[in-house]
Design a protein around this ligand. Structure first.
Ligand code: CMC
Length: 423
């Protein structure tokens, strides 16, 4: 392939260099486009825009492949712990036994919340959506950690990372306890990361808590599968907020807000509510398939479709198998799983979905597992956020270390031209 792209505009020919990625992806470097031609590109939703060069996550939407730092998601979900994957994403290499031990112990030392922060969370109404609570509490963390991270100091950066990795599970667990009217349970330093998280989430007052290994294993897998997904909406938000040199907590808090929307991470809650509604309505999947295809109906098949995947979302494949396994192991029969499988079967055979290459995405089956664990539906996106923290950190760190310029798109103005104010 040539190493230049050419553009002809108003009779003049311009050339632009190509940038090639390690997996053969090609980008046209248009940094000088406006300076040379006076024109800008227009790409709503950034469907064709590469916003950065990144070495963290690779995904091939046509083939349905996903890799973190070169390792396939299937292998990581099978063989690694969530903290190992977090380390891999953030620092670039799979940790040695000594490195992961140190990382876990440093995170554990930061596993505490200031009492005043607990009071702030307590002051939210019990009806508050936990994603709102989480975004606010993450912002409030700034007040308790006011110094900004010095990105040229590896040590400063590391300290900020272990701090947020330590505090986030407590915020998530407390958001669930608040939602379910249970008192705060603080961290237990004698437990590992995942066991400690489960204890904070699920333990009942006055009883000993032993984490169920099926739940531990399933949560580990789900968090790994959600840990990064290159330049999605919330990650781009984190990078763009961070590009103004706003701090790590502020950037992540913005990412949480972006994730909340039903077209993004909020889809896992929306899927379960949709499946419940279909089941309540007699399980008539055909009726809902027809609604999803009807352009005059706002209904969409939640958990289907993806901006990048035009094939099976590899995460959905793993989660579907895990859902069967977890429900069988926990002895749960959930009719909603049957509705989901029915919808999937119909969609995969339906011309509308086939033509548009709409497949189940990561959110289609995850909620069924969370529900089997007894987690309330409002918490599903919060758990997505817990999984995504390492990805947001890794992307924020990469963006700052690469000294990327402030994110500031252009526009094509279509409003009124200059007019006098006659008054
Ligand atoms: N149900 C019915 N039709 C759909 C769906 C769906 N779920 N998704 C896309 N389409 C149709 C859409 O109407 C359009 O049809 P046409 O070409 O006739 O106008 C075509 O497929 C392309 O859709 P699009 O909205 O232009 O595609 P997009 O890349 O802008 O949107 C999406 C991707 C994920 C927002 C969209 O597929 C969607 O809304 N899905 C449901 C919500 C969902 O499950 N979101 C989770 C995404 S994965 C996890 C994450 O990002 O957090």
């Amino acid at each position: 392939m040539a190493d230049k792209a050419f553009l002809e505009l108003e009779g003049k020919r311009y050339e632009f260099p190509l940038v090639k990625g390690s997996e053969g992806e090609v980008g046209i470097d248009i940094k000088t486009l406006r300076a040379q031609t006076g024109a800008v590109t227009l790409d709503p939703g950034y469907k064709n825009t590469g916003a950065c060069q990144s070495s963290i996550t690779f995904l091939n939407g046509e083939k349905g492949e996903l890799r973190y730092r070169g390792y396939s998601i299937d292998e990581l979900a099978e063989k690694a712990s969530f903290l190992e994957v977090a380390y891999l994403l953030i620092f670039g290499e799979f940790p040695t036994a000594a490195q992961i031990q140190q990382f876990e112990s440093d995170i554990q030392k930061e596993s505490k919340l200031d009492d005043k922060l607990v009071q702030i969370i307590d002051s939210f109404p019990s009806s508050a959506h936990p994603m709102g609570v989480l975004a606010s509490a993450t912002s409030a963390l700034i007040a308790f950690n006011p110094s900004s991270v010095n990105v040229s100091s590896e040590e400063d950066m590391y300290n900020a990372i272990v701090k947020i990795m330590g505090k986030f599970p407590i915020l998530v667990a407390y958001a669930q306890r608040k939602l379910t009217g249970q008192p705060y349970v603080g961290p237990d330093a004698s437990l590992d990361y995942m066991q400690n998280f489960c204890k904070m989430m699920f333990s009942k007052e006055g009883t000993d808590y032993n984490a169920n290994p099926i739940i531990l294993d399933a949560l580990n897998k789900l968090l790994i599968l959600h840990a990064d997904h290159e330049q999605n909406c919330s990650t781009s938000t984190v990078r763009i907020v961070g590009s103004s040199h706003a701090g790590l907590y502020a950037s992540i808090s913005a990412g949480i807000s972006a994730l909340w929307g039903p077209l993004h991470g909020g889809a896992n809650q929306a899927v379960l509510e949709m499946l419940e509604a279909i089941e309540k309505d007699g399980g008539d999947t055909k009726k809902y398939m027809a609604k999803a295809k009807d352009k005059s109906d706002a209904f969409r098949l939640m958990g289907f479709g993806h901006r990048v995947y035009k094939n099976f979302d590899p995460r959905a494949k793993i989660i579907k198998v895990a859902a069967d396994q977890v429900l069988a192991d926990l002895g749960v029969h959930d009719p909603i799983l049957d509705v989901a499988k029915g919808l999937e079967k119909e969609a995969l055979e339906d011309q509308y979905f086939v033509d548009r290459k709409l497949y189940p995405n990561v959110d289609f089956y995850s909620g069924i597992i969370y529900r089997a664990m007894g987690i309330p539906v409002e918490m599903f996106t919060v758990l997505f956020a817990l999984g995504r923290i390492p990805g947001w950190i890794a992307q924020w760190r990469e963006m700052r270390l690469n000294n990327e310029p402030i994110g500031r798109p252009r526009q094509i103005f279509t409003g009124e031209t200059l007019r006098p104010l006659n008054r």
